[in-house]
Write a new protein. Structure first.
Length: 124
């Protein structure tokens, strides 16, 4: 509606990407990388809601699937970059993945944010 945006889903993407790139590390610690990432995003969003008038709607059914799909595409881009083949072909192979990430981030940005001001004073 008329809610001002002050957060950006791109802020969560770098952390999500790093967590998924280091999934084996988290497995060695006995943690599920995806569950860990989800909890970090939720806690970060709760903290941001205390400082900003709106927060991301992390409870929206598309939020985490799109964030995880973006991280998976980024891993594919990393594998293509590290793989063999001419650079022009690597760039061509990465293009649909990059466009997919851009599309998912755009869809995340367009999810109606939560009015954090209305949540102030509530116990969670």
């Amino acid at each position: 509606m008329g809610t001002q945006r002050t957060e950006n889903p791109r802020a969560f993407r770098p952390g999500s990407v790093k967590v998924h790139e280091r999934a084996k590390f988290y497995e060695m610690l006995g943690l599920d990388a995806t569950e860990f990432d989800t909890q970090v995003v939720r806690k970060t969003n709760e903290t941001a809601a205390r400082a900003f008038p709106v927060s991301l709607n992390v409870d929206h059914p598309q939020f985490f699937p799109r964030l995880e799909r973006s991280a998976a595409r980024n891993l594919n881009i990393k594998h293509i970059t590290e793989g063999k083949g001419p650079n022009w072909l690597k760039s061509l192979r990465k293009l649909p993945l990059i466009m997919g990430i851009v599309g998912d981030l755009l869809r995340l940005y367009l999810i109606e944010p939560v009015d954090a001001e209305n949540l102030r004073g509530t116990v969670r």
